[in-house]
Design a protein around this ligand. Sequence first.
Ligand SMILES: [Zn+2]
Length: 77
Amino acid sequence: MASRCPECAGKMTYNPDLKCMVCNSCGLSLNRFELDNYWQKIRNQNLDNLDESERKKKRKKDWLDWYAKSKDDKQKY
Ligand SMILES: [Zn+2]
């Protein structure tokens, strides 16, 4: 089974001596359990980031609505 390094997205290979997955790129070594936890943590972080970017999008939309409205107001005068 090929795994991706949660730190650098490098290829991880199983090292039978260490009994864990070792990243070929950065040398991060995690056993399967730690690797699962690591990914879970990252997935949760990504969800947080998604929420944050959604919030930003909404803020931008609010601002655009306000801008469009204020432009309408200006045209009245
Ligand atoms: Zn790595």
